[in-house]
Design a protein around this ligand. Structure first.
Ligand code: MN
Length: 258
């Protein structure tokens, strides 16, 4: 039997399950807030065109608008200045095979419970590899913090000195890119960087190094607690927006049932 025939059978029997890692697009879902001197990201908006009424007697539909970086979304290399001159750096130009790949999940829940500004280090990753093996090349690497279970003001967690949320250190991201050859890095928070990463060197190191190396970001992910540490396959295909720097998307993982 071919691999795809086997896969189709496994999907219909339930021995392979599809896990949705996406938040619902909703006007109340928080978007990143930058210092006031900068341009701002728009929330999701939806307006009714008709709803089986005089505006359209047999149909219902909506107009929607949002930022490329609203809700569960994809960051392309062109999102950051470090990736602006790379070839095929926008969502419409990335080759589609790049969207699908193996995924590993680094469990940082306990560390985040003890420290909202928890910074994932290279040593943490090496410790994870002792238990789960070396991160395969071209993997999606997801940082699980259970931050997706927060809502409202708790999600951005803004204080007088800015947002407080976990993220990777510059050294950890460089290690994943340079020594593990990852495809991209994903988080449950509003960005791939921690809330205080504006103060890092360089500022926003995950954005700077990932996109400078032609790698991708995923953020506002959910349901990472439903994924195994290794062995799942992730699908993260952004909308094909001309010259788009990112896109809301449906992120799906295929997982073998235990
Ligand atoms: Mn983004």
């Amino acid at each position: 039997m071919s691999i795809l025939t086997q896969l189709a059978g496994a999907l219909s029997s339930g021995s392979v399950q599809v896990i949705d890692l996406t938040h619902t697009l909703d006007p109340d879902f928080p978007v990143i807030i930058l210092p006031p001197e900068f341009g701002q990201c728009a929330r999701f908006r939806m307006e009714e065109i008709s709803a089986y009424d005089h505006r359209g007697p047999a149909w219902k539909w909506h107009n929607i608008s949002m930022s490329e970086h609203t809700g569960t979304h994809f960051d392309a290399p062109s999102h950051w200045i470090s990736g602006r001159d790379l070839p095929s750096n926008s969502v419409d130009a990335i080759k589609p095979a790049d969207f699908i790949g193996p995924v590993v999940v680094l469990d940082c829940v306990e560390a985040t419970e003890n420290d909202e500004d928890f910074e994932l280090s290279r040593a943490d990753i090496e410790e994870w590899e002792k238990a789960h093996g070396k991160i395969p090349e071209h993997s999606w690497v997801l940082m699980r913090t259970d931050w997706s279970k927060r809502s409202g003001a708790e999600y951005l967690n803004m204080r007088e000195d800015g947002p407080h949320s976990p993220g990777p250190s510059a050294e950890a991201i460089r290690f994943l890119i340079d020594e593990r050859g990852i495809r991209g890095f994903g988080t449950e928070t509003v960005g791939t960087d921690g809330g205080q990463a504006a103060h890092a060197t360089p500022p926003y190191p995950a954005h700077y190094f990932l996109h400078g190396a032609g790698r991708y970001g995923l953020q506002c992910l959910a349901n990472l607690d439903k994924l195994p540490a290794t062995g799942a396959v992730l699908f993260a295909a952004p909308l094909k927006i001309k010259d788009g720097t990112g896109s809301p998307l449906r992120v799906l993982a295929m997982v073998e049932s235990a």
